[in-house]
Ligand binder design. Sequence first.
Ligand code: MSP
Length: 651
Amino acid sequence: MTTYITTPIYYVNSTPHIGHAYTTIIADTYSRFRRLCGDDVRFQTGTDEHGEKIVQAAEKESIAPREYADRISAAFRDTWPLLDIAPDHFIRTTYPEHIKVVQDILQKVYDQGDIYFSSYSGHYCKGCERFLTEKELVDGKCPDHLTVPDEVSEQNYFFRMSKYQDWLINHIKANPDYITPERYRNEVLSFLSEPLEDLCISRPCSRLTWGIPLPFDKNFVTYVWFDALINYLTGIGYPDGANFIKYWSVAEHIVAKDILKPHAIYWPTMIQAAGLPPYQKLHVHGYWNVDDTKMSKSIGNVIRPGDLVEEYGADTVRYFLLREMSFGRDASFSKEAIFERRNSDLANDIGNLFSRALTMLAKYADAKVPQADEAVVIEEDRALIAAIEKMLADYAACMNGFEFHRALQAVWEVIGMLNRFIVTNAPWELAKDAAQAGRLRTVLYFLAESLRILALVLRPVMPTAANKMAAALGLSKELDKAVLPEAGRWGGILPGTALHVGEAIFPRLEKKAAAPAAPEKPKPQAKAEKKAEPAAQEEDGLISFEYFGKVELRVAEIVAAEKIAKAEKLLKLTVRAPEERTLVAGIAKHYQPEELIGRKVIIVANLKPAKLMGITSQGMVLAAKEKDADGNEQLVLSAVAADIAVGSRVA
Ligand code: MSP
């Protein structure tokens, strides 16, 4: 099969932000996914460089529009590799081949009588680069740009868009997948229920020269949308290039809701007038806000992808954007949300799973994939295989349907299941009993094979992390060639495969220290308060109930554990209680880090923070200790007798 996927070509009047990054990440993820399914894929993005907006932006910097466009276009082109985005083609509307195609199509449509000359007056929004209808105005303003449109009256050329209205309505009704999600399809159909006006497709050179001259009247340049939309044809070699023949019939466009109308109404009618088959699909997504506020330069809350990559890495940014937005709806970006996803979904869930499993494979199987023992495969193992098969089916359906957040949810359910699989099978216990050697090998094989499948499905979403996973599993070459669904079949990793345990794929991020609080003034009543405080210990060695009540004991779940260099006895634990905190515990001689994850323990949550080996411990884990007659120490962590929410108070 073949896939042709495009993003909008971005205006060069501003540099890339997370909105542009989101659309382009989606296109990249989808193209990697379709490649993983064996497709021949072409992915195109680029820049839209003509029009009034660009002239104004260049004027502000006192440079020529071309020089300005060169600079910003390069900023887009150079941003994409930072996010592991790899388009097959980057198109610019200033390329001579594009200019020629636009002129050829204009001439063709003009010759067949679908372009005529007339006068027009209307409300022109410079931000949208189009005339707005009376109905679209809110309080006389453009609802997107919150500016009063210019009243423009001039003679221009018009495209007979109205002629194609009935065809378009029928086409959308007959092809439910033509515009998705459904809400946008309905929006377009509702708009089309009113008579469609013809589209003004020129600007007089007296007003604008930075555009493509009309081939049939040199006193006019082409309206920016008629120019820009045609990029989708130029970039694949319209009218007779091999790529055009191969890809046009499967074209899928991704846009946000802001440019629904040009893509769902202007473009299909233009294609129809040019005598071409319609594009296949239009995928429309919502808008990213920042901290629930519209992103804008004037508010100063524009998020730049380069800054995010520097702080979190490309994989985290890609994962976050795909996981957090439900395609079609708006979403809100916040630093807290990306930090939380990084530490919980990536460091805790997949990161821990991966490093625990590999550490155990190294320790108990000599860093080689062991042979599973069919005789000891139990019901729970078979349930795991069934869950992975279901995940693969759900994942593929969701990726094809542009429900990326759902695809990732399905993958994370399996990750959760695997983390529980480790806890219930406790390989460290199996390793203590020679009679369990077969079961140990089986559990470890199941882990290695599950990780292979995870590396496979994560490739389109987080290419760098997935490559690291593949390398650690000794499968770089195999996974490069893997094709779904075959490669998803259970049993792909071969016993004997050498593993390479390396660095963590998602090291936990530490919260940046908050700004120091202003020094508090001593409270006048401090002395009196002190007096009221109950005595720490009564004379008979007992403490009062009130005093005990001051100790805040809570249930906490250990989500990460690691050794501390040069500290034999200490482990650094990350727990949720329910907020995340770091604890340093003197339990390293009694517990391996990998056996602690997922355990629920009791902690003292309001202990004054203390620094141990340079790490600030924010509390203490409770454990029981005893010494036998020979002076050997035994230590057992506290636990809760049944499942209970983390953060629950112990009293
Ligand atoms: N040049 C036109 C598109 C021509 S396509 C033939 C244009 N350019 S743009 O630079 O304004 O880009 C608009 C697109 O950028 C949106 O449709 C969307 O893909 C992306 N986004 C810009 N801001 C966005 C958000 N705040 N949130 C999500 N995506 C956004 O329109």
